[in-house]
Design a protein around this ligand. Sequence first.
Ligand code: HAM
Length: 417
Amino acid sequence: MYKTIRGTKDILPEEALLWQEAESRARRIFAVYGYKEIRTPLLEEAELFNRSLGETTEIVQKQMFLIKRDSDTIALRPEGTASVVRAWLENHLDKQEHFSKLYYLGPMFRAERPQKGRLRQFHHIGCEAIGSLSAELDVEVISLLNRILGEIGVKDFELRINSLGCAEDKKRLSAALKKSLKGQLKELCEDCVERYQRNVLRILDCKKTECKEAVGKLDILDSYLCEECGSHFKSVLEGLSSSGIPYKMSNQLVRGLDYYTRTVFEATSDKLGSQDALAAGGRYDMLIKELGGDTEGAVGFALGVERAMLSMDGGLKIPQHQLQAYIIPLSRNARQACLNTLQALRNNNIISDMDYENRSLKANMRKANDIGARFALLVGDDEISNKSVAIKDMLSGTQESVAVDNLQRILKDKLGS
Ligand code: HAM
């Protein structure tokens, strides 16, 4: 028997209903906030991610699923931001719209070690607002995340926020960190010793206890922010407060992707164990230029759907699509008449189905009960010659015979539709 690949998972029909509901609620809220959907390919040139996320990031170093074809190296997209910016530039939305608010839903791929809440194929609900440096937009994006999480039933989460400042500020912070961590390299995990050389900022959000302790002892002030970045961050925080969005400042939040500048944020849930990030995002003001455009300013987030599902409080209410009529042929001869009735009911949008397994009447009644059909429709030789159908009410157990010509009307009346 074949099995799913490690770190991937089937979403079976019951669960898929939950997904549909979460996705449709998210789409509705995106529309309310003026975001339009964009769909980009799952395959992109690997170089796009090397360039956008940074050569030294964990994703690029270790986690990309790569496909080599001739001289091309193609990647299964590990995230959506780089693809959306690529699409925005390639399709000249930068020239046509200058400022765009886009959202996306879909699978992402990272070759991580699978564990609870950490998959190799997982799904993002995300958005990117491209073409503005305004702090008001950071507030909008965070409030949008807040609203979507609430709308899909995730109530209990914490929003952490920080500002990395501009490229110069990030350099200043890295230099300060290198200086303060120099004497403590022995206390860090193996990965962080490497990070010290390549990407020292990442040490700040290492999840290992020894590194957390070492970092905890540091006196990292937010004084690395230049005046402009400091005032941008202040505006973001004031905007959040006046919108009534609770947040916690965290100067250890740096995020694992190089494109971030200024505001970064993460929503975490204690229902998730060690993989506690539900959603994350921030500004990436320089990425458009990095990818060949001439605009500055962009901000977005991505929410991990699997993790959101693990953190739902009380779950989502799924609209029920109860089977309204289950048709049971009582003889071979009756099958064609049943098929005709089935088609007529479906043309009238009555949720209906029929026995395709030639079960006995008893087995079919059991099945109608098991699948929760509201009515069973019985058609045998007598019904064909009388041009009638027997309707059995599966709740009350009563049965009546009605003329085929009146079936639709009577059923609709009974169903109240
Ligand atoms: P990210 O933090 O890499 O950010 O991913 C966002 C969210 O995706 C995480 O908070 C988590 O919920 C989920 N996630 C990440 N990796 C996995 C995994 N292996 N298994 C299950 N869930 C996972 C980004 O991807 C950025 N593109 C977000 C962004 C958008 N920044 C600006 N715009």
